[in-house]
Design a protein around this ligand. Structure first.
Ligand code: PEP
Ligand code: MN
Length: 345
């Protein structure tokens, strides 16, 4: 069922990184303006002040200066701001700047000792802490990190699902492995869980689909990366939305009021995985077709090779004798073949 209101969900948005005072403000100004126009209440504005990068030499964030810019945003728009922290010293700096909300990133989340030292730094304080999943698919580790903050007396703790590192080539940057956050939800039903579709996707065009899937699973909200000028972003440029795109994303989501059907959603997630593999494979197939075309041209071999194509057809037919499916395969192969000939020509 479609609800028109975005109420009741936790919406967090903002750039991957705070790059300059202008970029932080321009993004915030447009985000809050669009949010207001679309009746979306922003729970918090996000921006990384210290960026943990896989390789050295990349943009590592504006550091402590960014905290002053963010505090300005917090005061101007009367909305909390949040950053990522990787050690207790950064928690202290946040407190010095009046910032009371942070998240533990996926790379820090693999290190329980570091997480514990951060939990000790916020013992019995009013900080809001979001714990992202570790990059490896280890639910115990994720839960352990969350428990460290709960045990430290932090009242407001949330989990953020940002996908898991995936060595296989995939359309998505990080594998969603939905069964893991769902399991977390089952084990800790009181814990709000947000989805970060930006880091799952690594690209703009899949964000809406992943965000909708998360809401279908009953996630409590989204943390989305938005930047005033994504193409000039110093980090994660391909996945950031403009503030306007962010507002249309949120407005376009279906918020379900009924309890989600987990069985159905699991199957949908399976289908989504298969679709992303098919899409990746079709793209790879097209590249190989192009390479074949070059070899044929260099060696003066004709484009159409009927016998060769017969082998392809047999490969597709082997799964079942179901007549309806066979007809579908014939039609599909016809399109594939025609397209392949066209490209080779
Ligand atoms: C981020 O949110 O900017 C970030 C670096 O996320 P993650 O730790 O999920 O990679
Ligand atoms: Mn990022």
């Amino acid at each position: 069922m479609r609800q028109n209101s975005t109420e009741g969900k936790i919406w967090i948005a903002g750039p991957c990184a705070a790059e300059s005072e202008e970029q932080v403000f321009e993004t915030a100004r447009r985000l809050f303006e669009k949010a207001k126009q679309s009746s979306i209440e922003l729970f918090a504005y996000r921006a990384g002040a210290w960026k943990v990068r896989s390789a050295p030499g990349g943009f590592e964030g504006a550091g402590e200066r960014a905290l002053s810019w963010l505090k300005e945003v917090q005061d101007s728009f009367k909305t909390p701001v949040c950053v990522e922290v990787v050690n207790p010293g950064q928690v202290e700096k946040c407190a010095d700047h009046g910032i009371r909300m942070f998240w533990i990133g996926a790379r820090t989340s693999v290190n329980p000792a570091e997480v514990q030292s951060i939990a000790d730094a916020v013992r019995n304080t009013d900080f809001t802490v979001m714990v992202k999943n570790p990059i490896i698919p280890d639910l115990k580790l994720w839960i352990g990190n969350i428990e460290r903050f709960i045990k430290a007396g932090v009242k407001s703790v949330m989990a953020v699902h940002r996908g898991f590192s995936d060595v296989s080539e995939n359309v998505l940057r990080n594998a969603p492995l939905w069964e893991i956050p769902i399991d977390l939800k089952v084990r800790m039903p009181e814990l709000p869980i947000l989805c970060d579709p930006s880091h799952i996707c690594g690209r703009r065009d899949w964000i809406a689909q992943i965000a909708q899937t998360a809401l279908n699973y009953g996630f409590n909200g989204l943390m989305v990366e938005a930047h005033c000028c994504p193409e000039n972003a110093l980090s994660d440029s391909l996945q950031q939305l403009t503030p306007e795109q962010w507002a249309s994303l949120v407005s376009g989501l279906s918020l379900r009021s009924e309890t989600p059907n987990i069985e159905l959603e699991k199957l949908r997630s399976k289908l989504q995985n298969i679709d992303s593999q098919i899409s990746e494979l079709l793209y790879q197939r097209m590249s190989v077709v192009d390479e074949i075309a070059m070899v044929k041209r260099e060696n003066n071999i004709s484009v159409v090779q009927p016998l060769q194509w017969e082998h392809v057809v047999q490969r597709y037919r082997k799964h079942t004798d179901d007549a309806c499916y066979q007809r579908f395969i014939d039609e599909f192969l016809e399109i594939l073949h025609q397209n392949s000939i066209k490209r080779q020509r």
